[in-house]
Ligand binder design. Structure first.
Ligand code: CP
Length: 316
C-alpha cells in the first residue's frame, strides 16, 4: 500500500484512489486509538521534525500525538526562540535539522509553497501542515473522514464552504479533495472574499447564506480572519454576522439537519454562534478526534505502508 507521491504537499492532483487509501487507513488507526493502550510500533526508529513557523493548536498537537501513537521520535521547532531570529534562512534551518538524521518534516509556514521548496532541498519526506493561503491537506482529509463517518460516501454530497474563501488554505484543500471524491461543492461569503476564478474549478457560488442553506447537506464554516479586517474586505464583524453568520435562528428556518463543521479556531458570535457550534448538528470535535487518525495514516503511508494492516495491528 503506497501513495503515488513521496510527499504530501497538497490535495491538488491527488487521485481518488490515494485519498480513499488514506481515509480507509485512518479508520484502522482510529480503532487503535480506542484501545486501552493506543500505541503501535509502526514508526519505531523513525524521527519526525515538526517545523511550525506559524501558530497552531490542533494541527501541531495532533501531529505530535500521531507520531507518539506510532512510536516515532519527534522534535519540535517553533520560530520564536530559534535562530531564525538571527537571520537564518528556511533552507539552512531545515538542512541543519535534517543533518541530525530525521526522516520526516511536518511544516507550517506563512509562505505559500514553502513545503514544496523544502521537498526540493531535503531528502526527508515533507508533509504540509498549512502554507499561507495555499493548502492544508491533512485538514481536508480529516474533514472528509468526518463526512464519510456521517454520510458513508462523499459522492453527491452537497458541501458549502462559508466565509473567507480567498485567504483560506482549508477551503482550497477541501475543494480539491471533495471534487475528486465526487461531492458537489459550493462557496458562500462576501464577494470580496470569493476568488473570481473559483467557478472554473466546478464550484457553485452562493451570494446569500439563505440560498446556500436551502441546498446544503453540510456547512463548513471558516474562521473570519480578524487580522485581515484592517484591509476592509467587509464593513464590520456585526455586518458579517448579520449576512453570513450561522445562527440557531437560520438553522431552525431551514427545518432539516445540516451538518456543521469548522476547522477552528472559532470566533464565537461572528461566523458561528455558540449554540450551533456546541449543538446537535455540530461535528467540530469529531473533526479534531479524526485529525490524529488521519495524520497517523499519512505518516504510515508516506513511510511506504510496509507493515501489515491485518487485524488493525499496524506492525504489532
Ligand atoms: N485547523 C487548524 O489548522 O487549526 P490550528 O491552526 O490550531 O492548527
Amino acid at each position: 500500500m503506497q501513495l503515488k507521491s513521496r510527499h504530501l504537499l497538497g490535495l491538488e492532483g491527488v487521485c481518488q484512489e490515494d485519498i480513499t487509501l488514506i481515509l480507509d487507513t485512518a479508520e484502522s488507526f482510529k480503532k487503535v486509538l480506542d484501545r486501552p493502550i493506543p500505541k503501535v510500533p509502526t514508526l519505531r526508529g523513525k524521527t519526525v521534525a515538526n517545523l511550525f513557523f506559524e501558530p497552531s493548536t490542533r494541527t501541531r498537537f495532533s501531529f505530535e500525538l500521531a507520531e507518539k501513537r506510532l512510536s516515532a521520535d519527534s522534535v519540535n521547532f517553533s520560530k520564536v526562540g530559534s535562530s531564525v531570529a538571527k537571520g537564518e534562512t528556511l533552507k539552512d534551518t531545515a538542512r541543519n535539522i535534517e543533518a541530525m538524521k530525521i526522516n520526516f518534516v511536518v511544516m507550517r509556514h506563512s509562505a505559500p509553497g514553502a513545503p514544496h521548496f523544502l521537498s526540493q532541498c531535503l531528502d526527508s519526506v515533507v508533509i504540509n501542515a498549512g502554507d499561507g493561503a495555499h493548502e492544508h491537506p491533512t485538514q481536508a482529509l480529516l474533514d472528509m473522514m468526518t463526512l464519510r463517518n456521517c454520510f458513508q460516501s462523499l459522492k453527491g454530497l452537497k458541501v458549502v464552504i462559508v466565509g473567507d474563501i480567498e485567504h483560506s488554505r482549508v477551503a482550497r484543500s477541501n475543494i480539491y479533495g471533495l471534487l475528486t471524491m465526487g461531492a458537489n461543492v459550493g462557496v458562500c461569503g462576501p464577494a470580496t472574499l470569493i476568488p473570481r476564478e473559483i467557478k472554473a474549478l466546478g464550484v457553485t457560488v452562493y451570494p446569500g447564506i439563505e440560498e446556500a442553506m436551502k441546498e446544503a447537506d453540510v456547512l463548513n464554516v471558516l474562521r473570519i480572519q480578524l487580522e485581515r479586517q484592517k484591509e476592509a474586505l467587509f464593513p464590520s464583524l456585526r455586518e458579517y454576522r448579520n449576512l453570513f453568520g450561522i445562527t440557531r435562528e437560520r438553522l431552525d428556518r431551514v427545518n432539516r439537519r445540516i451538518t456543521i463543521m469548522h476547522p477552528g479556531p472559532i470566533n464565537r458570535g461572528v461566523e458561528l454562534d455558540s449554540d450551533v457550534a456546541d449543538g446537535d448538528y455540530s461535528v467540530i470535535l469529531s473533526q479534531v478526534t479524526n485529525g490524529v487518525a488521519v495524520r497517523m495514516a499519512v505518516l504510515y503511508l508516506l513511510d511506504g505502508g510496509r507493515q501489515k494492516l491485518e487485524g488493525d495491528d499496524h506492525g504489532n
